[in-house]
Design a protein around this ligand. Structure first.
Ligand code: SF4
Ligand code: SF4
Length: 99
């Protein structure tokens, strides 16, 4: 039998289906916007959007009111830290688990 050339063997692992960057179930806390405090929501005018600027995953919309896409939010808390109106609270994910 003919020898296989060096380098023929390779890993048997195969790439699986990607999750497209979705967070899945590992986020510990999720940011929740209080629309009573959120500046554009209160004024009904395009203003602030600091959370939109700072979110590293670009998952907050620049709309009135701003909306967070929880499918992709990683719960990093940057938006809550940067919000000048203290309108974003990080809420424990266990609260949202349905029995
Ligand atoms: S940073 Fe705070 S006040 Fe500004 S748009 Fe976002 S949630 Fe509203
Ligand atoms: S917690 Fe992080 S990833 Fe989620 S919306 Fe805020 S800044 Fe973006």
């Amino acid at each position: 039998m003919k020898e296989k050339p060096f380098g023929y063997r390779k890993s048997h692992s195969e790439p699986g289906p990607g999750d497209g960057g979705r967070t899945g179930s590992w986020r510990v806390k999720r940011p929740v916007i209080d629309l009573e405090k959120c500046i554009p929501a209160k004024r009904n005018k395009p203003a602030c959007f600091t959370c939109w600027v700072f979110c590293p995953d670009n998952v907050i919309s620049r709309t009135i009111p701003p909306v967070i896409d929880y499918q992709y939010c990683k719960g990093c808390e940057i938006c809550a830290e940067e919000c000048p109106a203290d309108a974003i609270t990080m809420v424990d994910e266990t609260i949202f688990i349905k029995e």
